[in-house]
Design a protein around this ligand. Structure first.
Ligand SMILES: NC(=O)c1ccc[n+]([C@@H]2O[C@H](COP(=O)([O-])OP(=O)(O)OC[C@H]3O[C@@H](n4cnc5c(N)ncnc54)[C@H](O)[C@@H]3O)[C@@H](O)[C@H]2O)c1
Length: 284
């Protein structure tokens, strides 16, 4: 499946679990798909030694324009989007792997402005969010009344900050947070990406009205569970439209990213390479 005649030049920012998987896919399958890896950047460059060809290692993120990327994929940390997202958009489309960064209103505004100024797209990887298009369609039709995303895993799978880091897990199942996704993202930036994707998929509710729930569950040693519950308008009988999905994703003990999510990211990368470079924020 070649994307079209011209190879797309792709840069990857972050070389952890997701970055290593994407780089490996790009090196092995990229050429036949019309994708060329043009750089990899990691905060700790030593991590790339021996597995990323030296010519592809980018030492200074600010120099990425010299590699002329068509798409930069961020799979590092929300801070990278907050600090460098708008600068990247000057040179390239951007695929955001850490959308919890967009809970910060200034960051979202900067990305939107840079996207329009430089005519580059901000793509957001749906990650673990099941039913993204259905949520967006219901929202666009004016029928989405509530949306709640629950993420449950073993406490070792969480990377929590601020007051959440101090909440003790009491008993086998502890609700660590329940409330607007905007409030959760800064406290659990690595574990709220699915909820942030939901907030972007449903702009009528957005970060302030999509509800995020974070649950520490001692029984989920090797799995991340994401539940999406939404309601729509009442039908003729008065009963409301409702959807409830339950996604069980096998994960290595203590990992932030489950196995199926790694595959979903590669599909997002391929998907956004087939979309036009339209200003604005688009889930893929
Ligand atoms: N959208 C989703 O559903 C979803 C799912 C899983 C992971 N993610 C996000 O994708 C990103 C990568 O995930 P991963 O599983 O590969 O994580 P990982 O911990 O395996 O790798 C992260 C990489 O980024 C680097 N990094 C960490 N903090 C950094 C910082 N402040 N500045 C620069 N570099 C930094 C690390 O050195 C590492 O190389 C994370 O932000 C994670 O939260 C999103």
């Amino acid at each position: 499946m070649a994307l079209d005649g011209v190879p797309r030049r792709v840069g990857v920012v972050g070389y952890g679990r997701l970055g290593q998987s994407l780089v490996s896919h790009l090196l092995t399958q990229g050429p036949e798909l019309g994708l060329e890896l043009v750089f990899v950047w990691n905060r700790d460059p030593g991590r790339m030694a021996g597995s990323v060809p030296p010519a592809l290692q980018l030492q200074n993120l600010a120099a990425l324009g010299e590699r002329h990327p068509d798409l930069v994929v961020e799979v590092a940390h929300p801070k990278i989007i907050q600090e460098s997202g708008a600068k990247i958009l000057r040179y390239s489309n951007l695929l955001v792997g850490s959308p919890s960064a967009l809970a910060d209103q200034a960051t979202e505004q900067q990305l939107r402005e840079a996207s329009h100024r430089w005519h580059h797209a901000v793509f957001v990887a749906r990650g673990a969010l099941w039913g993204t298009e259905d949520i967006t369609r219901l929202d666009a039709a004016g029928g989405l009344q509530s949306l709640r995303v629950t993420m449950a895993t073993h406490p070792d799978g969480f990377r929590l900050e601020g007051r959440l880091a101090a909440v003790p897990s009491t008993g086998p199942r502890t609700v660590l947070y329940e409330g607007p996704v905007r409030g959760l993202c800064p406290l659990a930036p690595r574990n709220s990406n699915t909820m942030a994707a939901a907030a972007l998929a449903a702009p009528s509710l957005g970060f302030d009205h999509v509800v995020g729930v974070l649950v520490a569950d001692l029984s989920l040693t090797d799995m991340h569970v994401v539940e999406v519950e939404l309601s729509g308008p009442p039908g003729p009988s008065g009963r409301s439209f409702a959807v409830h999905t339950h996604r069980e994703n096998p994960a290595e003990p203590g990992a932030v990213t489950g196995s199926a999510t790694v595959t979903a990211f590669w599909r997002s990368l391929l998907g956004c390479c087939q979309l036009p470079s339209r200003p604005g924020i688009h889930l893929c």
